[in-house]
Design a protein around this ligand. Structure first.
Ligand code: TRP
Length: 374
């Protein structure tokens, strides 16, 4: 007698899908298979129960982390003459419920990482009342990014929401958090334009742990972008404008204003005595200013070449994440960023979406769920 076989759900789970992407990207970033396997486990553990959720169910929450609400996003950070560094951004509390609960789950996940890798979460715990209040609101509570370095121990970064107690308190929250961390002069040194979007902390084994303040700039132009840095020495304005123009595709044409999705700036603080930031990053949401990912990749490639960085790992990374043609969607490349840090070579970072749930159709074509893609 043949018993009825229970056929497993045909759809992969969120965790298996994103861990598969991560394993393939680790290989491209030159990590050993042992490190890759360890990092895939870290990803699954950090995602928690939602890792087991089949992809034919809707996303666990309307995460702001990515356009299709996958709570995972990858990035490759390039410097000239070195292999790119693979990073993964994730929302550990995704699916835990309202922001306060998701923040609590996120904090638990980061504390578990601290115990595992032997780092203190003291700086984060010190800020919990500001960013993780019991009545927290907003599009995120806590995100975590891991830099996947050789050796199996990632560098950890935590992202918090300055508007957790309401957008009207965001600036004051950032000022207070900087103050508590000893950056007493820093708030006044930052641009007064823009909306406070994230407050980030490095945790763990960093040479110089950073505090980062992120601002969103609606309607940003190339000229304005070039005026946003507060770091010393200032990066070259013409260079920032050129990056903006190439990333937005207006290199020889009409100037672009980022009026669909805002550009972002990040201001890096390490030295609490001067108050002057010593890093500046500009983020261009290329996906809202390109017709499809083929074009976004061309722009990324042009930028990498200009900085003497080899685009080949990026060209290989995209098919490691998706089986679709680049021309058939937009948003696989989410952002292009140019980072300057005092005393270091510039970095170009390309943010790569997981698209676990949906692909945004190229400009002019209606959106469609991924249901049949897997
Ligand atoms: N999805 C959000 C956005 O597009 C937040 C975000 C995810 C983000 N990854 C990012 C912002 C990389 C800047 C850079 O704004």
């Amino acid at each position: 007698m043949t018993g009825r076989r229970v056929t497993p759900s045909a759809a992969p789970a969120l965790g298996a899908f994103t861990a598969g992407q991560l394993l393939r990207l680790c290989d491209i970033a030159g990590l050993s298979s042992g490190d890759a396997a360890a990092y895939a486990d870290v990803l699954l553990e950090a995602l928690g129960p939602v890792a087991a959720r089949p992809l034919n169910e809707p996303p666990p929450a309307l995460s702001f982390l990515s356009d299709d609400h996958t709570p995972v996003e990858f990035s490759l950070s390039f410097t000239a003459g070195a292999a790119p560094v693979l990073r993964v951004l994730l929302e550990p509390g995704c699916g835990a419920g309202r922001p306060a609960l998701s923040g609590r789950a996120g904090l638990d996940a980061v504390q578990a990482m601290g115990r595992r890798w032997g780092f203190s979460t003291g700086r984060l715990d010190e800020l919990a009342d500001l960013f993780l209040p019991p009545d927290a609101e907003g599009p995120l509570a806590l995100w975590c990014a891991l830099e996947l370095l050789p050796g199996g121990v990632p560098k950890v970064k935590v992202y918090l929401n300055p508007a957790a107690s309401g957008p009207e308190h965001a600036a004051a929250t950032v000022r207070e958090a900087l103050h508590r961390l000893g950056h007493r002069e820093a708030f006044a040194a930052l641009p007064q334009s823009g909306r406070h979007l994230f407050f980030a902390l490095d945790l763990g084994d960093w040479e110089v742990p950073r505090v980062k303040v992120y601002l969103a700039h609606q309607g940003l132009t190339a000229r304005q972008a070039a005026g946003l840095s507060r770091m010393a020495p200032a990066p070259d304005r013409a260079e920032i404008q050129e990056f903006f123009r190439t990333a937005t595709g207006c290199a020889d044409g009409v100037p672009v204003r980022l009026d669909r999705r805002p550009g972002q700036s990040c201001h890096v603080l390490t030295d609490s005595t001067t108050g002057t930031p010593d890093g500046f990053t500009l983020y261009i949401p290329v996906r809202d200013y390109a017709p499809h990912d083929g074009e976004a990749l061309e722009r990324a490639t042009a930028l990498l070449n200009r900085y003497g960085m080899d685009p080949e790992p990026l060209v290989r990374a995209l098919p490691a994440v998706t089986g679709r043609r680049l021309e058939d969607g937009v948003g696989l490349i989410a952002y292009l960023a140019l980072a300057h840090q005092r005393g270091k070579a510039p970095r170009v970072t390309v943010y790569i979406s997981s698209e676990a749930y949906a692909v945004r159709r190229p400009t002019g074509v209606p959106p469609q769920r991924n249901a049949l893609v897997h």
